[in-house]
Each structure stands twice: as C-alpha cells, then as structure tokens.
Design a protein around this ligand. Structure first.
Ligand SMILES: CC(C)(COP(=O)(O)OP(=O)(O)OC[C@H]1O[C@@H](n2cnc3c(N)ncnc32)[C@H](O)[C@@H]1OP(=O)(O)O)[C@@H](O)C(=O)NCCC(=O)NCCS
Length: 144
C-alpha cells in the first residue's frame, strides 16, 4: 500500500545517490537537501513496500505556496502515484492559511500539466526561454 508522509533528511539520505538516475527533472540534490532544512518548506514522500517512489514539496511565501517539486521514480510513473502525492500536498496546503498556490512547469511537460489541471490549476502566463534548453515555462495558479 502506498504510504505518504512528511519527508525528512533521512529520506533524502536514502535516495540521494539515485536522484539523478532514477528520478529526474528536479534541481540538484543539494538544493533539495537545503529545501528540506528550510522552516518555510514542506515536503512529502511516497513510499511503496519500503521504497521511496516519489516526493513533492512547496515553499510558503506570505499567504502563497510555491510548488517546488513533484517527482515520481521513473519506473513507477503513470501508476497514479503522482496524483496521490499531489492530492496529499494540496490537502496540506488547504489545511493552512494559504490562499494561492503557484507553480511553473515546462510548457512541453504535458503529463505534469495534465496533473496540475486535474487539480484545478489555471494557466496564468508564459515565461519565454525560461529553461536552459530555451523551452518556455508555463505559470499556473490555483486559488483556494
Ligand atoms: C509529473 C509526474 C510527477 C506525474 O506522476 P505520475 O505518477 O506519473 O502521474 P499519474 O500516474 O498520477 O498521472 C497523472 C495524469 O497524467 C496522465 N499520465 C501519466 N503518465 C502519462 C503518460 N506517459 N502519457 C500520457 N498521460 C500520462 C495520467 O493518465 C493522469 O491523468 P488522468 O488522471 O486524467 O488520467 C511524473 O511524470 C514525474 O515525476 N515526471 C518528472 C518530474 C516532473 O516533470 N515533475 C514536474 C515538474 S514541474
């Protein structure tokens, strides 16, 4: 059964060596490690049979939450884990005083965009040439 709980630094230690090969499309391991230490960040981890299969987190800025990351282990994608993880993350935000959730996603990342739209995120604008490979970022927002 899929377990979803708060992510801690021991979880990070467990996956740090495999982050770049088994997960992808997130910042560097050191940035993730730093995020886990910030008091205004909140991360969840998804665990299946003792294996970490995904994580997701946001950072609070005043009354908004910025989604920083949602990543499912490559071999576990398209099995609803991202949906469950995101659902739990949004629930934790809804239980706080936060009013707006922001995120940015590569305009070519159709799966992530589908996931966000499923949770009621709306397109807010585009940042051209935002990523290293000159692809655009799509800015999305959900009001609570
Ligand atoms: C984005 C990501 C977290 C989604 O996690 P996931 O567990 O694979 O997603 P789910 O299985 O919950 O599927 C979410 C939706 O996308 C659809 N989907 C998933 N994989 C798909 C695929 N390969 N092709 C088409 N649709 C797909 C699902 O059908 C579902 O939509 P539905 O509920 O309307 O049917 C995952 O693909 C990932 O880790 N990607 C790399 C990291 C990344 O890009 N993160 C986003 C950064 S902003």
């Amino acid at each position: 059964m899929l377990e979803i709980r708060k992510m801690n630094l021991e979880d990070f230690d467990q996956i740090k060596k495999s982050l770049e090969t088994d997960f992808d499309n997130f910042w560097s391991p050191s940035v993730l490690e730093m995020s886990l230490k910030y008091e205004d960040s909140f991360y969840l981890v998804a665990i299946l049979d003792n294996e970490i299969v995904g994580f997701a987190g946001y950072r609070v800025i005043l009354d908004t939450a910025d989604i920083e990351n949602i990543v499912v282990k490559k071999s576990f994608r398209n099995k609803n884990i991202g949906t469950k993880l995101f659902e739990a993350l949004i629930e934790s935000i809804e239980n706080s005083k936060i009013k707006i959730i922001n995120l940015e996603v590569n305009q070519e990342n159709t799966v992530a965009i589908k996931l966000y739209k499923n949770f009621g995120f709306k397109e807010q604008g585009i940042r051209k040439n935002y990523y290293k490979n000159h692809t655009n970022a799509l800015l999305m927002q959900k009001n609570l």
